[in-house]
Ligand binder design. Structure first.
Ligand SMILES: *[C@@H]1O[C@H](CO)[C@@H](O)[C@H](O)[C@H]1NC(C)=O
Ligand SMILES: *[C@@H]1O[C@H](CO)[C@@H](O)[C@H](O)[C@H]1NC(C)=O
Ligand SMILES: *[C@@H]1O[C@H](CO)[C@@H](O)[C@H](O)[C@H]1NC(C)=O
Ligand SMILES: *[C@@H]1O[C@H](CO)[C@@H](O)[C@H](O)[C@H]1NC(C)=O
Length: 521
């Protein structure tokens, strides 16, 4: 529903006032100083950046030979009430302007993804020269400005042709196609790119895509998930898909090590989403359920990659529906990871639901025997802003340190959601970033092997769950303006000051910071 014109005019007037204020350094006074956390508290080799993904920002969905991905298909099926990312932020055409903004902010790294169906439109076979040119241009532009590219090969957007041809991740055929695609990326860009992530949020992609159907490719089966699923099997498909993802990821990592590592010296990781789980009560059953949340969300992928097999509790609860690794597969998967890339936003409470294991028809959620509950303290009052008290990133980092031998971690996504068009004065985002970055520092001081931190997101973009209703950006993008003008929010000024090491003055922000407990205990 388009907003009433008057309302929009009012909004734009307020926006303009703010932009003028920003230009006159007014709000910047409020945020001189990044609270107690400083860039110089982190090692020089640490990388601070911001992120995006191809489908979410590029636009140019049908231009220069790009073919649809499963995400285009999903959006065009009307799931988002008609919204799609056909144009979005038009980063395909505006990359130079964007890289300039990044450089002005002092970003040290930019995390983005490659659209598989832009580079290899049919999923396999010939390379699209225009796609190749675009990513070369973007990488070169970043490097010219001293910004490290951190590339994700596939951010939930496999080519629709592969979905149609053999069911995408449901088929082992994707292992060869994904490896060949990765080979093209390593070969074409690896002389300038050292940080690769194969796949984004594989746990969320698998659950959303194949258990409850709320993300592409929208598979699920009754009584689970959305009614709109026309195909799927929530009892079995998530496990098959995850298994194939692990094999494809490992195959790409092995290829890199065999063919490119000795000359390119890069690193390849996998991206996982994690909540910080807290027990609902102090009952033992709920406390044990917290461990199962870690096992089912993180261990599902991390255990095979680090120890060569699924967590015992998954084998027990899922039984014969969980694919088994052959000896050879287990050896291929084990050790095929240089770092874990972590996406984290909020805390959630966990309740034991072991009695559900008696049910005959089961899915991933039932197999986990836990219920995830957003309590008032986890959930924003207006469903848009995450609370900033008790940041839980440190807890997760501590868990990963202890469970996985202190493997290197890149925090790929962390950020505050707001209503997209609410205000440029996003003080709640500043508070959030400050609290969470402080939380990362505490974890590092206790030995966590964190190597980088990327704010989600650089721009307000098309969001997987909320399309254009919510925004996480350091920059607001005015979608009603043909130029898609980018406006800096308060948070971008704050991040700039933080990155440039400015600010030790006391300020309102400092007072806010002081109210935020930094300890995650
Ligand atoms: C802001 O976005 C919300 C949700 O999309 C919409 O309801 C509202 O009318 C918008 N407000 C303005 C001022 O554009
Ligand atoms: C899902 O697959 C299992 C195992 O093949 C089968 O027993 C079950 O009936 C399938 N469920 C649906 C909804 O197709
Ligand atoms: C921004 O918001 C904060 C807190 O809501 C308020 O104190 C401050 O005056 C606002 N700044 C501007 C420039 O509107
Ligand atoms: C700090 O690390 C030690 C050793 O790994 C661990 O025992 C302790 O619980 C950690 N402290 C916090 C606050 O996470």
């Amino acid at each position: 529903m388009p907003p009433a014109k008057q309302l929009r005019d009012l909004f734009m007037a307020i926006l303009l006032v703010f932009v003028i204020a920003a230009a006159a350094n007014l709000p910047v006074m409020v945020l001189s100083g990044a609270g107690n956390v400083r860039r110089s508290d982190f090692p020089d080799t640490f990388v601070f950046g911001a992120g995006s993904s191809a489908y979410q920002v590029e636009g140019a969905a049908f231009e220069d030979g790009r073919m649809p991905s499963i995400w285009d298909t999903f959006a065009h099926a009307g799931i988002y009430g008609g919204a799609n990312a056909d144009v979005s932020c038009d980063a395909y055409h505006k990359y130079k302007e964007d890289v300039k903004l990044m450089a002005d902010m002092g970003l040290e790294g930019y995390r983005f993804s490659i659209s598989w169906s832009r580079l290899i439109p049919n999923g396999r076979g010939s390379i699209n020269p225009k796609g190749l040119q675009y990513y070369n241009n973007l990488i070169n532009e970043l490097l010219r400005h001293g910004i490290q590219p951190h590339i994700t090969l596939c951010h939930s957007d496999i080519p629709q042709t592969l979905q149609d041809e053999y069911g995408g991740w449901m088929s082992r055929k994707i292992i060869d196609d994904f490896t060949a695609y990765a080979d093209v990326c390593f070969k074409e860009f690896g002389d300038r790119v050292s940080y690769w992530t194969t796949l984004n949020e594989v746990n969320v992609f698998t659950i959303g895509g194949y258990d409850n159907g709320i993300t592409p490719p929208n598979h699920c089966s009754p009584p689970f998930g959305l009614k709109s699923c026309s195909i799927g099997n929530s009892s079995t498909e998530p496990y098959i898909v995850a298994h194939n993802i692990l094999l494809a990821h490992s195959s790409a990592v092995r290829l890199y090590r065999r063919k490119y590592k000795s000359t390119q010296h890069g690193f390849v990781g996998l991206n996982l989403f994690a909540y910080r789980p807290l027990p609902c009560t102090i009952e033992t059953a709920d406390i044990n359920a917290v461990q199962r949340v870690y096992d089912f969300y993180v261990g599902w992928f991390a255990n095979p990659l680090i120890f060569g097999d699924y967590p015992d509790v998954m084998k027990r609860n899922v039984g014969s529906r969980l694919p088994e690794f052959t000896r050879e597969e287990s050896m291929q998967v084990k050790g095929a990871i240089d770092f874990i890339a972590l996406n984290h936003y909020q805390t959630i409470h966990v309740k034991d639901s072991s009695s559900s294991l008696e049910s005959k028809i089961r899915d991933y959620t039932i197999d986990g025997a836990f219920e995830l509950i957003y309590t008032e303290e986890d959930s924003p009052p207006d469903q848009f802003e995450y609370p900033v008290t008790q940041p839980g990133l440190g807890d997760i980092l501590e868990y990963l340190k202890q469970a996985y031998g202190n493997i290197p971690i890149y925090i790929h996504e962390n950020g505050q959601m707001t209503r997209r068009n609410a205000t440029l004065n996003d003080t709640r985002r500043v508070e959030y970033l400050q609290a969470y970055i402080g939380n990362v520092l505490d974890a590092m001081r206790n030995g966590s092997n964190v190597k980088g931190y990327f704010v989600w997101s650089f721009l307000d973009c098309f969001e997987l769950l909320g399309a254009y209703d919510s925004g996480f950006g350091l920059y607001y993008v005015d979608l009603d303006d043909k130029e898609l003008t980018r406006y800096p929010k308060l948070s971008s000024h704050w991040y700039t000051n933080f990155l440039k090491g400015k600010g030790s003055k006391h300020s309102e922000i400092l007072q806010i910071e002081n109210k935020v407990p930094r300890s995650s205990q």
